[in-house]
Write a protein that binds this ligand. Structure first.
Ligand code: PGA
Length: 226
């Protein structure tokens, strides 16, 4: 059985100073005994410091970025490319609905970003909110197995109203049927109170947690309850 996967999406929150107090908010050594796969996806500016802290304390935490340039290194002002991310992280969130909506990311853009993640050996966590997006993905990931999909229904993101575990599980099963057995996470208003209802479902391999991961004690509780 694979480890339950818990990815934290910090979105555009946290400074280096705030990370120190986040880490001071619980005993990081507690994490060493937890048999779950934990991935923190902070803003780019925090990746180097977190990477050092994780190495120094030998914490079983992986890092991911929340975005990736659709292009290689070069004259692309403001972009952070896959090669640069790979210095600090192993995962990358691609196609989050907040990027699709607020930064006008098209399917084509998402496609380029997925290709860049594969090119640089980053494991994409590809976010989808409906089956249309899953079908579009089908072509793009053909023959690839190293990726995760996060099912995140729009109504559930940041609303405090999660999908039902049964519905999320049905969607996870459909996604696996279409894309071929890859791990599927559920995301949208996950908290320590509802996480277990999702992770105990047969086709849900883990969760992508936004807001609740910003509170260190709540995040620790999420990990424990998963
Ligand atoms: P939320 O965000 O947990 O705050 O709903 C989840 C996400 O957007 O990945």
């Amino acid at each position: 059985m694979k480890k339950t996967f818990i990815a934290a999406n910090w979105k555009s929150n946290m400074t280096n100073l705030e990370v120190k107090s986040w880490l001071g908010g619980f005993n990081v050594q507690d994490l060493k005994f937890i048999d779950k796969k934990i991935v923190i996806c902070p803003p780019f500016t925090l990746l180097p410091a977190l990477n050092s802290l994780i190495a120094k304390n030998k914490l079983p935490i992986y890092l991911g970025s929340q975005n990736i340039s659709p292009l290689d290194e070069g004259a692309y002002t403001g972009e952070i490319n896959g090669k640069q991310i790979k210095e600090f992280a192993e995962f990358v969130i691609v196609g989050h609905s907040e990027r699709r909506k607020n930064f006008f990311e098209s399917e084509e853009m998402v496609n380029l970003k997925i290709s860049q993640a594969f090119k640089y050996g980053l494991m994409p966590i590809i976010c989808v909110s409906d089956l249309e997006q899953v079908k579009t993905l089908q072509e793009r990931v053909r023959g690839k197995f190293q990726f995760n999909v996060a099912y995140e229904p729009l109504f559930a993101i940041g609303s405090g109203i999660a999908d039902t575990p049964e519905n999320a599980n049905r969607m996870a099963k459909k996604i696996k049927d279409i894309l071929g057995g890859i791990p599927v996470l559920y995301g949208g208003s996950v908290t320590s109170n509802n996480i277990n209802a999702f992770t105990k479902m047969s086709d849900i391999n883990g969760v992508l947690v936004g807001k609740a991961s910003l509170d260190p004690l709540e995040f620790l509780q999420i990990i424990k309850n998963a």
